[in-house]
Design a protein around this ligand. Structure first.
Ligand code: SF4
Length: 350
């Protein structure tokens, strides 16, 4: 549970359950290694077989929390020429913009409309403003401050989630976010996409994995929450690469993880190449991807909170793979497979 505590002459927020969680995690790793594990010992403190985000977050915040997407009109350095042109080969930003998120509206209006949209279902819900489209730290600091503060004006907003690239966070921005995170919840969600420089090059990311590591460490060192987004199935990567990724990410101070299956969207460079050379692409069948997720979870550090396994895209934009199932249905399949295999997140973590 997050509670205010005094540090010197400052009041900051601390997770009071953290020490207990760390002790449970150490016992868990020890028992897994000795093959003497019993289900009541999951270090995340509940009976799900992985450290899932919604249970964790609800306990941490003392109730339901919903992200409200905001499009603040940012661009991307991988499109405007400062890091690259043309963007990442799979990118079509329209795929992650909800209908209430209209660039013609101010941040305050988007936040207000987003909250109104969800408040009909759950009156008591709290909200995080999710700056999602493009690169949400890519502007001078004064502009960023104005946009973030505008979102925080809404009384039901308790924090920010900022999606960005690892090469777009300066010390100046992180210092400001550190100050801000003493007042509200702040998470920087980095698009890492792959742990292999060869792949990052091939998909035209315009940054290296070293830059990803540096950004995550610099963020975590300032006690700002860190998120990582990775895509499984990128061209050129193999099953051993995916599993190796779980081991590599486990060693970083990543707090939250989002995994996505590779999807081909219309109007992307990936789509045009896929039409010409479909044999180059290994798109997962649902069951195959469920097994991969379970193999991945077994290797993943139990400390890492898992927020998503799959991406859902508007049907008109998605070309393949077309699974036709919702996120919660996929999660149910993963939970079932974990049980069938009598395994859990971190069972093989070293
Ligand atoms: S995925 Fe992100 S970094 Fe890549 S082109 Fe799109 S907005 Fe830019």
């Amino acid at each position: 549970m997050i509670e205010p505590v005094r540090e010197g002459n400052k009041q900051v927020e601390r997770d009071t359950d953290e020490p207990e969680r760390l002790v449970r995690q150490s016992i868990f790793i020890l028992l897994c290694r000795k093959n003497r594990f019993d289900m009541s010992n999951f270090p995340w403190g509940h009976s799900k077989r992985y450290n899932d985000f919604s249970t964790y977050f609800r306990a941490k915040m003392g109730g339901r929390v919903q992200k409200v997407s905001v499009d603040a009109g940012f661009t991307c350095p991988n499109r405007d020429g400062s890091r690259g042109t043309g963007g990442c080969i799979y990118c079509n930003n329209k795929t992650f913009k909800p209908t209430y998120c209209n660039l013609q509206n101010s941040v305050a209006k988007q936040v207000g409309e987003g909250i109104e949209f969800f408040a009909r279902k759950y009156e008591a819900m709290k909200y995080l403003a999710y700056f999602q489209a493009y690169t949400n730290t890519y502007a001078p600091l004064e502009n960023l401050k104005a946009l973030y503060e505008e979102a925080l004006q809404h009384p039901k907003i308790i924090g920010l989630v900022l999606a960005t690239r690892p090469d777009c966070v300066s010390d100046e921005i992180l210092d400001y976010l550190q100050e801000l995170s003493e007042r509200v919840y702040v998470m920087v969600e980095y698009g890492l996409e792959s742990h292999k420089n060869e792949t990052l090059n091939l998909i035209n990311r315009g940054h290296t994995f070293d830059e990803s590591v540096r950004a995550i460490e610099a963020t975590a060192n300032r006690n700002i929450h860190t998120g990582a987004h990775l895509i499984l199935g990128l061209p050129g990567e193999t099953y051993p690469d995916f599993l190796d990724q779980a081991r590599v990410i486990s060693q970083l101070p990543v707090e939250n993880l989002k995994l996505h299956q590779l999807q081909i969207h219309r109007d992307t460079r990936l789509y045009h190449d896929y039409k010409l050379h479909p044999e180059k692409y290994k798109l997962f069948e649902i069951d195959e991807y469920v097994n991969l997720v379970v193999d991945y979870l077994e290797l993943l550090n139990p400390r890492i909170i898992v927020e998503r396994f799959v991406s859902e895209s508007p049907a008109g934009m998605l070309v393949a793979p077309n699974w036709g199932i919702k996120n919660f249905e996929f999660v149910a399949r993963v939970e079932r497979r974990l049980k069938e295999r009598n395994t859990w997140q971190g069972r093989l973590f070293q």
